[in-house]
Design a binder for this molecule. Sequence first.
Ligand code: 9WO
Length: 258
Amino acid sequence: MRFDVVTLFPDMFSVVRDLGVTGRAHGHGIWSLRAWNPREFTHDVHRTVDDRPYGGGPGMVMMAAPLEAAVGAAQADRGLQGLAAAPVILLSPTGRRYDQQAAGELAAGDGAIFICGRYEGVDQRFIDRCVTLELSLGDFVLSGGELAALAMIDAAVRLLPGVLNDGDSALQDSFNPALDGLLDSPHYTRPEVHEGVQVPAQLLSGHHAQIARWRREQSLELTARRRPELIARARADGRLTAADERFLAALPSETDVG
Ligand code: 9WO
C-alpha cells in the first residue's frame, strides 16, 4: 500500500508515518508514504502556489499548475514502482462522507494520492482535470485538508493485514460490536475501584457468556439512545438476534422519567 500526499506541509505526515500502530507498520514496510510539495513544482523566484480569486472576495486560491505538476510527479513515481495510476482524492467538506466502509475500500486498493488544499480553496480547473473523487470527514471546515487526509490514512492502514497485533485484531472480528454496526461497549481496566467507583460486576464474574451478553446489551442500549438509525439498519440487515430484540423491547424509552 502506498499513499502520496500533495501538501504545503509535508512535516504533518510524520504523525502517521512515525507514531503508533501506523508508524510500526510503516517501519515493517506494510505501507509507504511520499509527500509532494507543490512549492517544489513552481518556476518563479517566489515559488508562488496561490493567487487572488477571480471575481474578487477574501483570501487566496491555490493555483492549478503546481498542483497538477505534483500529481503528475506522484503518478510517474508510482509507475516506476510498478503501480497503476492511483485515484486522486481531494479532501473537502463538499465531498462524499468517509466512513468505515470507505476506509475498507481504500485499504483494499493499492493506495491513493491525497490533495490537501489550503487558503480559501483550489482552482476548479485542477479539480475538474485531475481529481477522481472528493471525500469529507463531516460538516466542518478545517484550515487545510491535511488533518482529514491523516485521519483517512490512519483508518485505512489499521485495516491492512499485519498492522494490528493479535490482541488488537480481535477488534476486527465480526462478533465484536465495535465493528458490527453498533457502538462499542464501555471499557475498564485496573484498579477495580477508582475514586470509589467499581468496575461493573459482570466484567469480574469470569463467565465468558455472561460478559459477552453484558457487553452486547451495553452496545445495544448505547446505540439505541445515541444512534437509533444504526439499530434500524442492524435490524434490516438481520444482525439482531431474538435476545437482542427482547432486550431492546424492555428498554425504557428516553422520554420516560425516572
Ligand atoms: C472549503 C469549503 C467550505 C465550504 C464549502 C466548500 C468548501 N470546500 C473547501 C475546500 O475544499 N477547502 C480547501 C481544503 C482549502 C481550505 C481548507 N480545506 C479544507 C478541507 N477545509 N476543510 C476541509 C475538510 C476536509 C474533509 N473533511 C472536512 C473538512
